[in-house]
Design a protein around this ligand. Structure first.
Ligand SMILES: [Zn+2]
Length: 317
């Protein structure tokens, strides 16, 4: 038996069930939920999140991993309430996204790692909610000097706590390869690492190169395709099929990167996002899994991807 930290307490990994490994409930910026909650948008974020996740539960979703960090406006009290009322189990994250606090730019990786370790072992903001995963992010242009501090801090916190790392990358520039290099230097077991947003590319050579290193691939952006330079959902789903055929079913994690509120873009953009994907957390259930079945993927393989893989990702091995 292995235990994962959920926002409502320790959870036996066998209870995770159908799990979406990279989602958000509410995204903003550091401190906004606590200091300027009215900025986040129309009142009722909590109610909308509870409704969306109740719908998801009705259609079989049992757990989500919320990869919102402090600099993405993480609010673990909100996550607790939404989990309690919707029935969907939520794993919260420590780590840092792209808005690396200026205070960390001159810090040592060990000093930052100690903060992540504390959030895994003792809890977040005095709530007792313990993080179950470590998030890091590197985007266009690759790993910056301050990004490298975060990557090394995440690696050291991973080694001290055993919880997995999940990354944000810019796949078109093969940023996952840079992350893997640093994790290797830090001696991280790559079985404990998911290279995220890997379905923002269809470059199989890149994806297979990462998989040969032993990491997990997060095919965790759906539906995608809102701009012509990113793959649409059919292309993303074909990539899943190709990875299954290449023998990597056991290293694939599917998710949406959805968020009920996304206060880092304008209200108009948020509304456009909801019009573009009215299925929210259920796009994979309603569109992607049926498409994979049409493409000949057997139901037991889909069960492996949506249920067994997330459990094994948290268990290690
Ligand atoms: Zn995300």
């Amino acid at each position: 038996m292995t235990v994962v930290n959920s926002v409502l307490g320790p959870l036996d990994t066998s209870k995770l069930g159908f799990t979406l490994c990279h989602e958000h409930v509410a995204v903003s910026s550091a401190g906004i939920p606590q200091v300027y909650p009215e900025f986040i948008g129309p009142q009722g974020t909590t109610e909308r999140a509870v409704a969306a996740l109740r719908d998801a539960y009705q259609e079989g979703v049992r757990s989500i991993v919320d990869l919102s960090t402090m600099d993405l406006g993480r609010d673990v009290r909100l996550l607790q309430e939404v989990s309690r009322r919707s029935g969907v189990q939520i794993i919260a994250a420590t780590g840092t996204w792209r808005d690396i606090p200026r205070a960390f730019w001159g810090a040592s990786p060990d000093a930052v790692a100690a903060l992540y370790v504390r959030e895994v072992q003792e809890g977040v903001e005095g709530t007792g909610v313990r993080a179950g995963i470590i998030k890091v992010a590197n985007d266009v242009g690759g790993v910056t000097p301050e990004g490298e501090i975060i990557l090394r801090a995440a690696a050291r916190a991973q080694r001290r706590t055993g919880v997995p790392i999940s990354t944000h990358t810019y796949a078109p520039q093969r940023v996952g390869e840079q992350q893997v290099r640093i994790f290797e230097e830090e001696g991280v077991d790559l079985d404990r690492v998911c290279i995220g947003h890997s379905n923002d590319t269809t470059d199989m050579a890149y994806l297979l190169g990462l998989l040969k290193k032993g990491v997990w691939t997060g095919l965790d952006r759906y539906p995608g395709g809102r701009t012509p330079d990113t793959p649409n959902w059919e292309q993303r789903t074909d990539t899943v099929r190709r990875l299954i055929e290449a023998g990597y079913t056991h290293r694939v994690l599917l998710s949406h990167d959805w968020s009920v509120t996304l206060a880092i873009v304008s209200q108009e953009q948020q509304e456009a996002r909801h019009r573009y994907n009215p299925d929210g957390y259920l796009f994979i259930t309603r569109r992607v899994l049926p498409r994979l079945r049409e493409l000949g993927v057997p139901p037991e393989t889909l069960h492996q991807i949506m249920v067994d893989n997330p459990r094994r990702f948290f268990e290690g091995g």
